[in-house]
Write a protein that binds this ligand. Structure first.
Ligand SMILES: Cc1cc2nc3c(=O)[nH]c(=O)nc-3n(C[C@H](O)[C@H](O)[C@H](O)COP(=O)(O)O)c2cc1C
Length: 190
């Protein structure tokens, strides 16, 4: 498969069958991640691999978070948590914070985004489904996930990757035409 074919095939997969992901495949995802480009080779990432009981504890933290956030919407809380019943693997990705250097900290996050995309493509190649979550049960912006997982102060959570064997086929998502997103410049006005 060519890279462009793989890019077209990759989807955000949110539903999984109840089957564990083999250790060898998890290692392949992590090996792909650390090949990502990163400024000055800081290798600014860390990966927390959650399975089994760890996911049960994560689910409890997510429940608390959602109940606080949506106190009048119990159905929303219940529906949002349902995905955690069938997710066999969560990889929480952190980016190193460079104290007193906002630009480097920002570049570190870009590098982590590259690493996550490499994992996403590798997951697709291995027949796994994955989604990068930041909102809701992604718990990216909630203190609870830091405490639960033991993420130190100098690392920022940039994504929770939910991974498993896909339960269904996910239709392709549309993209706007390039003309709306690209400006070709052969000469500049100013
Ligand atoms: C930075 C980032 C954060 C995302 N956060 C969420 C999320 O919290 N929940 C979710 O269901 N999907 C999330 N997604 C997945 C997108 O919704 C998904 O990529 C988009 O709908 C396009 O679908 P596709 O990936 O299948 O092309 C996120 C994607 C990115 C890149």
């Amino acid at each position: 498969m060519t890279v462009i074919e793989l890019l077209k095939q990759r989807r955000a997969v949110r539903n999984y069958v109840q089957k564990p992901v083999e250790d060898e495949k998890i290692v392949k995802l992590l090996e792909a991640a650390v090949l990502a480009p990163n400024d000055r080779l800081r290798e600014p990432w860390h990966f927390y691999v959650l399975r089994g009981e760890a996911i049960e504890r994560y689910k409890e933290a997510a429940r608390q978070f959602l109940e606080e956030r949506f106190p009048t919407k119990p159905h929303l809380v219940k529906d949002s948590l349902a995905v955690l019943e069938t997710t066999p693997l969560i990889i929480v990705v952190t980016s190193d914070i460079v104290e007193g250097d906002e630009a480097s900290s920002e570049d570190n996050e870009y590098a982590c985004a590259c690493a996550i995309h490499s994992m996403w493509l590798t997951a697709a190649e291995l027949g796994l489904g994955m989604v990068w979550r930041t909102r809701g049960v992604g718990l990216v912006r909630d203190r609870r996930s830091y405490d639960l997982i033991g993420v130190p102060e100098n690392r920022k959570i940039v994504g929770s990757l939910f991974i498993g064997y896909p339960a269904d086929e996910v239709p392709a998502t549309a993209r706007k035409p390039l003309e709306q997103k690209v400006t070709w410049l052969n000469e500049l006005k100013a």
